[in-house]
Design a protein around this ligand. Structure first.
Ligand code: DX5
Ligand code: ZN
Length: 220
């Protein structure tokens, strides 16, 4: 099952309700919420009050990507605000297993993200406890960046590790995903895709989501 999660970071922040409605209309599987703290990444974005408002405005799952230092200290607040899935960065949390467990204890779905230069080995111990791994195909901080091509091979290597261990962990890719990059990523084993500019940077965001789904299905 292919999932497109539009990133509202690329939407007009004064018209988020419209962005959510377009995501639903296009067949999005979730809404990707990019949370940045100005420390782990050089940008500052969305906090729990905005997540709470999004929760009231859509039935879609809220896929919260925490690009913040010590994300473990923030899980309760994003859970209370209405997050469904919380993905934290391996690079930002020294107590990764505890934080992943805290997400699960709240009844939410845990994911771990890794930056382009972070090797897959950091996932070895935590992999069986995850629902998804987010392979970053840009260095996080901004939407509209150029796709980092080696992510395709990284996804293929991760998919083969997951298969070899008999696990059911989904691979999500975030950064520069569009109609041209989604096909090779599907072939490599990814099933969940974040798209910012490729959805909200387009004149017809709902049509753009349908186009991404069609490109993905065509590469299976
Ligand atoms: C990057 C964010 C991404 C970003 C994606 O730091 O994590 O989710 O918004 O935007 P595009 O698809 O435009 O690269
Ligand atoms: Zn993201």
């Amino acid at each position: 099952m292919i999932e497109i999660a539009p990133s509202i970071l690329s939407a007009d922040f004064a018209r988020l309700a419209e962005a959510l409605a377009l995501a639903e209309k296009g067949g999005a599987g979730a809404i990707h919420v990019d949370v940045m703290d100005g420390h782990f990444v050089p940008n500052l974005t969305i906090g729990p009050p905005v997540v709470r408002s999004l929760r009231e405005a859509t039935r879609l799952s809220l896929d919260c990507h925490l690009m913040i230092e010590r994300p473990g200290e923030w899980i309760a607040r994003y859970a209370d605000a209405g997050a469904d899935r919380i993905t934290i960065h391996a690079e930002a949390e020294p107590h990764l297993q505890r934080a992943v467990q805290a997400i699960r204890d709240r009844g939410l779905v845990p994911g771990v993200a890794i930056n382009p230069a972070t090797p897959l080995e950091v996932l070895d111990e935590i992999l069986p406890e995850l629902d998804q791994v987010l392979v970053m195909s840009v260095n996080p901080g901004f939407s509209g960046q150029r796709f980092w091509e080696p992510a395709v091979d990284k996804v293929a290597r991760l998919a083969s590790r997951i298969r070899a261990r008999g696990l059911a962990v989904a691979i999500q890719v975030d950064g520069g995903v569009g109609p041209a990059t989604i096909g090779p990523l599907v072939a490599a084993g990814a099933t969940r895709f974040v798209a910012g500019n490729a959805v909200y940077g387009q004149p017809d965001p709902a049509g753009a989501i349908r186009g991404l789904l069609a490109a993905a299905e065509g590469s299976r």
